[in-house]
Design a protein around this ligand. Structure first.
Ligand SMILES: Cc1cc2nc3c(=O)[nH]c(=O)nc-3n(C[C@H](O)[C@H](O)[C@H](O)COP(=O)(O)OP(=O)(O)OC[C@H]3O[C@@H](n4cnc5c(N)ncnc54)[C@H](O)[C@@H]3O)c2cc1C
Length: 433
């Protein structure tokens, strides 16, 4: 006998899609999770593992336009634009510049707090259910800088945003810093400890464990490429490499590739790949007491079950461009300078495309004109952090539940949509007709 449960299809088995699939399944939907790869093999494979519960600061901060030009000229800098991709990234860059605006900051920071603030508890619960409680641990961030002025917690706007939203912040200068993290080079003069946050010791194994939990709870995983969405009233058809599929609700959680499927339906969200790299050293001979964030070179270092992972770089371009491994060389050099006594040899390298929006906020919600097709993508640097709550939000929306949360910062059409633009032009005085 066929099931009478309403069908949902989630496209993309990264951390966002897997969490969305679990939450839909738990709300009584018959859920199929579709990915051309195995779960967790996209961007969710190799992140720094940080559950950034205090993340309230967007990348586009006022003053970025003064910093960016010198960063772009510095070969060791974390910021890179792939100029060949400019035709695809120009609109994103334009909106990024507009987003770096002090007036919008409090609303953006509140939105981030609402989405990310509960990440540790939500991941702990999922990891327990998945039988891998050890993969999620509490910790604190340690920001470090050679120049103490780079960590000006008294006057810096980003620190004010964090403090106002409940972060615990502690300055560690000189010997206090080395006592907290003894393996650091003595070149670092200031540390700032921020918390509470959490981390996972293996983001790939975590995503895979969640996918297995979804299957144990009755969900279905299909390995296939989705080529197009064909909305037809209450049911949407999918053309896939494994044949036709159909469901009453669709969640597009395809990370950096999401707009390939949604642009033809009229959504014009500027979503590009903020490509990042990692190098993981299997036998470093050191273990860290914190997750470390380098405040001048903008990279993170995490002790994982696979070894010591150094992760960073913001390379703006297309998801499927070839990796530029010299970016990983830079991270490797910087890690060696940071930990002179560690054994940092034979690092394993990886590149992953962060799905990034100009304002650092994901798009979560139904797309204009298609009340049963949802996007859950664009988490940029914070997809591991935001996955569980995003899953709950999108599953609640699909199920018609009321949410006690302002979702306007995450509106999928906040940069317009083709149908919305048509309406806007028609309503402008003097333009109609
Ligand atoms: C170096 C680096 C460090 C990071 N560190 C952190 C961190 O410490 N903390 C944090 O919170 N975040 C971090 N991030 C960001 C985080 O990894 C991402 O935001 C997150 O993985 C995005 O998850 P996702 O599920 O949206 O996308 P993905 O994991 O990329 O999943 C999307 C999936 O969709 C599939 N797909 C796409 N198109 C199709 C299609 N047409 N048909 C079928 N399948 C399709 C892909 O195969 C892929 O598996 C980091 C990222 C990088 C690169």
């Amino acid at each position: 006998m066929g099931s009478t449960r309403r069908r949902a299809i989630v496209i993309g088995a990264g951390i966002v899609g897997v969490c969305s699939a679990i939450e839909l399944n738990r709300r009584g939907w018959s859920v199929t999770l579709v990915d051309r790869l195995d779960p967790g093999e996209g961007c969710s494979y190799g992140n720094a593992g940080i559950l950034a519960a205090q993340a309230v600061v967007p990348v586009a901060m006022p003053g970025i336009e003064r910093e960016a030009p010198s960063m772009l000229l510095d070969p060791e800098s974390p910021l890179v634009i792939r100029w060949a991709s400019l035709p695809w990234t120009a609109r994103w860059l334009w909106n990024f510049r507009k987003a770096a605006n002090a007036e919008r900051l409090p609303a953006a920071a509140d939105g981030m707090k609402a989405l990310f603030g509960t990440t540790v508890e939500l991941h702990e619960a999922l990891a327990r259910d998945a039988g891998v409680p050890d993969l999620v641990r509490p910790t604190r961030y340690l920001y470090v800088a050679r120049d103490p002025a780079k960590l000006d917690v008294e006057n810096g706007l980003s620190w004010r945003l964090r403090r106002e939203r409940g972060a615990e912040i502690e300055v560690l200068d000189g010997e206090d810093l080395y006592a907290a993290e003894p393996e650091l080079t003595r070149e670092y003069k200031r540390g700032v400890r921020l918390g509470p946050i959490g981390y996972t010791t293996n983001p790939f194994r975590l995503t895979q464990s969640y996918a297995r939990l979804f299957q144990r709870e009755g969900g279905r995983v299909v390995k296939a490429e989705v080529r197009a969405l064909r909305p037809a009233g209450a049911v949407t058809g999918l053309e896939t490499s494994a044949g036709q599929m159909a469901a009453e609700s669709i969640v597009v959680a395809a990370g950096s590739w999401s707009m390939t499927l949604l642009r033809p339906l009229g959504l014009t969200l500027p979503l590009i790949a903020e490509r990042g790299y990692h190098v993981t050293f299997a036998d470093p001979g050191i273990t860290l007491n914190h997750v470390i964030s380098e405040a001048e070179r903008h990279f993170a270092v995490t002790s994982m079950e696979m070894g010591l992972r150094v992760a960073g770089t913001e390379e703006l371009g297309l998801a499927d461009d070839k990796p530029a491994w010299r970016r990983a060389d830079v991270l490797e050099r910087q890690a060696r300078a940071m930990f002179p006594r560690a054994r940092l040899a034979d690092g394993k390298r990886w590149m992953g495309p962060r799905p990034g929006t100009p304002d650092s906020l994901p798009a979560i919600g139904a797309i204009p004109g298609h009340p049963n097709i949802f996007i859950a993508a664009g988490h940029g640097h914070l997809g591991l952090t935001g996955g569980p709550n995003t899953g709950r939000i999108v599953a609640s929306l699909a199920s018609g539940e009321r949410l006690n949360m302002d979702l306007s910062p995450f509106a999928p059409d906040r940069y317009g949509s083709r149908s919305a633009q048509t309406v806007e032009v028609a309503l402008m005085p003097g333009r109609a007709g």
